[in-house]
Design a protein around this ligand. Structure first.
Ligand code: ADP
Ligand code: MG
Length: 643
């Protein structure tokens, strides 16, 4: 604590970020009043408003227009409305706007609906995976994730429903210009003073909490935005601050502490955006979602831990992990900029200036270079882009990842030896918004007569966990799990939970008593409904195997045969080796097969902490492996010359 510089005491040199360093512009604008009274007035105050006519003119005359502007300038919420107002959404056509994250899609849709005075799902709607809140013929502005748009392009490569009369084609009659036009929207930002810790902090979570308390003690009104990494550290920090604020007599009772991460319920999300009540100071503790996609009005102070959760994929071990890693200078500047929205702000960095200058990398590694490419490859193939090695990537992925993805898809019989999508399997998989291994499992279930059960399993695997996580109550949870436990493993156990939930009449009390996450189960029911509509469209007939767990396990294997592991013969501690790469792995303690240690298992995913743990495990008979995937065990590589 003493290591941290205290606001209001001996101040280190404040720094104002300038646009030379990172392209973030901070223009001190002498606007004094910032009222929240009228939504329309708020809209007109946004930087893009001044460019409304210019934007509409450019869109009318160019087939591509690029608009560059600082976060919060109104690109996402305003431009779709301008287009709609100018008649771009007439005649059954829509204006589409993509966002990188589901949470951002939902949040901006509800904001735009509010500005237009309509309900979400009417004139303004959104589509994310497993949730479609649009009505054909009614919805004029539609927000969606990049992933959903890509999928729509498979059915409709020219995206005709988002185009106007002239189809957006640059032809002589249409008078459209082919070269893209670029418009820069001047930002409205205030200067932000940057403060660093004087010595490196050992515990960024504790430091973040201390810093919030110091800000509250020393600084004038204004909300605080804290950047931590994920649900775990965010929940912990929220709890610590809520405890301090609980004491009504204390000076900290004015703190209103809220978490922000994906997976929050809609009402929790709304709280984040409601105006802070008088006499209160809102503290939002967020993942990097608040860095670029969401703008919180009223933030004057930013606390930057210097870390974020990032996805890293290792194509050799085929393990994808979310790890807490240092952010880049570009991110740090973006985070600081969040403090200068309504008036000059301050950013408190929980790392030293020396570290920032000398060690922090200038830019992060593009996501394409640290992800599993399996889904991207299928999408490219489905779009008819065959030559993926020659594809003009913005950031070329590593060749190991590409080869690994092709191998997986070939072994799943989604790509054939010429690296083309197979018929019908490859094309069916491309239509499903799921991990291709899960899609393959569903397709196999059709043949094995257990599609009802497998759809339930797929829906459950798509939520984070159906169990509540209660700190320190592991014992109680383990006992309850035994009520549902199936000797075959976790997937079959999940089916028992689902059955129980339906029998209870989808009752929240029943969930509470059984340590089951009610919201997750409701999500499972919705997702399952969406999935069954989708698979019926693909010609898959819904059928139950009436408790034939062998059929269920064989269907799982059809997708996950490459995730088989064998128990080490003389292992005392339950060590397994993966069949694919002889990696040392263990059954995760949350599995019903933990300590049971069947000889052969197939897992859903690997998660690495102190060891590599298999999550969601079923017991199998090894002879089924060869039956399910003879080609995999004598893997013929597809011809590399063809990619
Ligand atoms: P950009 O896309 O340029 O980053 P946005 O269009 O997302 O900017 O945001 C413009 C402004 O709209 C923000 O500065 C903020 O004032 C307001 N805004 C956006 N979303 C919400 C919301 N959910 N609640 C309240 N205000 C919002
Ligand atoms: Mg935006």
């Amino acid at each position: 604590m003493s290591q941290f510089w205290k606001p209001g005491t001996e101040r280190p040199r404040p720094r104002i970020i300038d646009d030379e360093e990172g392209g973030v512009l901070f223009h001190p604008t002498p606007t004094s009043s910032y009222g929240y009274s009228n939504l329309e007035r708020q809209r007109q105050r946004l930087p893009v408003f001044k460019y409304r006519t210019a934007i509409l003119y450019l869109v009318e005359h160019h087939s591509t227009v690029i608009i560059v502007g600082e976060t919060g300038s109104g690109k996402t919420t305003q431009i779709p409305q301008y287009l709609k107002e100018a008649g771009w959404a007439e005649g059954g056509r829509l204006v589409a706007c993509t966002q990188p994250r589901r949470l951002a899609v939902q949040s901006v849709a509800s904001r735009v609906a509010e500005e237009m005075g309509v309900k979400v799902g009417e004139e303004v709607g959104y589509t994310i995976r497993f949730e479609d809140k649009t009505v054909q013929g009614v919805t004029k502005i539609k927000f969606l994730t990049d992933g959903v748009l890509l999928r729509e392009m498979m059915d409709d490569p020219l995206l005709t429903k988002y185009r106007k009369k002239n189809d957006g084609h640059a032809t002589e009659e249409s008078g459209l210009k082919t070269e893209p036009s670029i418009l820069s929207v001047e930002g409205k930002g205030y200067p932000v003073e940057i403060y660093y810790v004087q010595k490196p902090v050992s515990d960024y979570l504790q430091s973040a909490v201390d810093t919030v308390l110091l800000i509250h003690e020393k600084e004038p009104v204004g909300d605080v935005l804290v950047f931590l990494t994920g649900q775990d550290d965010i929940d912990a920090a929220v709890q610590m601050l809520v405890e301090v604020a609980r004491d009504k007599a204390s000076q900290f009772s004015g703190l209103l502490v809220l978490p922000l991460y994906s997976g929050l319920s809609g009402s929790d999300q709304d709280l984040i955006f409601t105006q802070t009540p008088r006499g209160k100071r809102k503290v939002v503790i967020s993942t990097n979602i608040a860095e670029t996609s969401l703008t919180l009005e009223g933030v004057v102070y930013v606390v930057d831990s210097g870390f974020s959760k990032q996805r890293f994929y290792n194509p050799i071990s085929d393990i994808e992990n979310l790890v807490v890693a240092p952010i880049s200078k570009a991110s740090a500047k973006q985070r600081a900029g969040r403090a200068g929205r309504v008036r000059p702000g301050k950013c408190f960095r929980l790392y030293t200036e020396d570290y920032f200058v000398k060690e922090m990398p200038a830019e992060g590694i593009p996501e394409m270079q640290r992800s599993n490419l399996v889904s991207s490859v299928i999408q490219l193939k489905a779009l008819g882009i065959d030559n993926i090695l020659g594809f003009n990537w913005l950031a070329s992925p590593p060749p190991e990842s590409m080869i690994r993805a092709l191998e997986v898809l070939y072994s799943l019989e989604i790509l054939d030896e010429d690296a083309k999508l197979t018929t019908p399997c490859g094309f069916q998989v491309a239509e499903m918004p799921l991990d291709p291994m899960v899609s393959k499992m569903i397709i196999a279930a059709d043949t094995l007569g257990c599609s009802e059960e497998i759809l339930t399993i797929a829906a459950i695997l798509s939520v984070q966990s159906i169990w509540v996580s209660v700190r320190g109550k592991h014992k109680g949870i383990d006992e309850v799990k035994l009520r549902f436990a199936a000797a075959e493993g976790d997937h079959v156990t999940h089916l028992n939970v689902y059955k129980g939930f339906l029998q209870s009449g989808k009752n929240s009390q029943w969930c509470y008593k059984n340590y089951i996450n009610y919201h997750a189960m409701k999500k499972v029911v919705d997702t399952r409904e969406q999935l069954s509509r989708l698979v019926r469209r693909l010609g898959i007939v819904l059928k139950s195997c009436e408790g034939d767990t062998q059929a269920i396990r064989k269907a799982i294997l059809a997708g996950f045969f490459s995730h088989a592991s064998q128990l080490e013969e003389y292992s005392q501690n339950g060590m397994y080796k993966t069949v694919r790469s002889s990696q040392e792995v263990y059954i995760h303690p949350s599995s019903v097969l933990f300590r049971v240690n069947p000889k052969w298992v197939v897992y859903h995913s690997l998660v690495s902490t102190d060891k590599h743990y298999m999550h969601n495990v079923i017991a199998i008979d090894p002879s089924w492996l060869i039956e399910a995937a003879p080609h995999f065990y004598q893997l013929k590589r597809p011809n590399p010359a063809l990619f």
